[in-house]
Design a protein around this ligand. Sequence first.
Ligand code: ADP
Ligand code: MG
Length: 259
Amino acid sequence: MSETLLLERVAANLTRLRLARAHDTLTDQLQAAEGSQPSYLAFLDRLLQEEATHKEQRRIEAALRLSGLPFVKTIDEFDFGFQPGLDRRQVMGLFDLAFMERRANVMLLGPPGVGKTHLAVALGVKAIHAGKSVYFTTMADLIAKLKQDEQSGRRVKGRSHYKSSLVIVDEVGYTPIDRHECHLFFRFVTGRYEKMSLIVTSNKAFTEWTELFHDPIIVTAVLDRLLHHCTVINIKGNSFRLKEKIGAMGETKKEEKAG
Ligand code: ADP
Ligand code: MG
């Protein structure tokens, strides 16, 4: 068989096997190989490595998009120096994702701007890289979804907020919820209890949750399940947003003085 026909057949087979990246880079890789004369094995390795890396990147991009994460930030971008009250070892310990294997939860508590969402997102990003399914929602959006599920009466088990192996519920406590919504949330938490992990962030201390959820019996039941297997991280420091604001104001003042 001529070289041209061989090349055509290899290209066609790569497409048939859905090795798109290997297909697209084939001629370049062949050309490079002619120069450097790698072994058969080294050439095959390079071609497959290119494909595997590309597929993994595509998987991560798709999972990040589907997760609903509001932004993508990692733990490397978190300045522990700004939050000296925070137990760095405890936080870093979560990033081996062993809590997910144990189907345990994480609660991040503290006032606005201390990095609760950042830490929750960073754990979500890490879980996605590890091949886990992640779904991010605010409490308000979650309640709206749970109501929709209830009204539609359909079998909704396949939906992301049920099936994802990590669900992040951000901003519990910003909007009060009524008795019925409270029951929906309780059912949601019970459904995941000891099966799949939750990360919950809240600006309210547990003692304030009773007011928020109106029904003291339900709130006790919710907390009971959430906290049974849970790492609670209480961040007591200052707002990073404010720090950035104050920093920026300082800059303007300096500029004013200079000018
Ligand atoms: P919260 O959810 O507690 O209100 P966020 O996580 O949204 O706060 O943090 C507010 C902003 O400040 C985000 O852009 C976040 O990335 C950033 N931020 C907060 N804490 C830190 C920190 N310690 N190091 C770096 N960035 C931080
Ligand atoms: Mg937040």
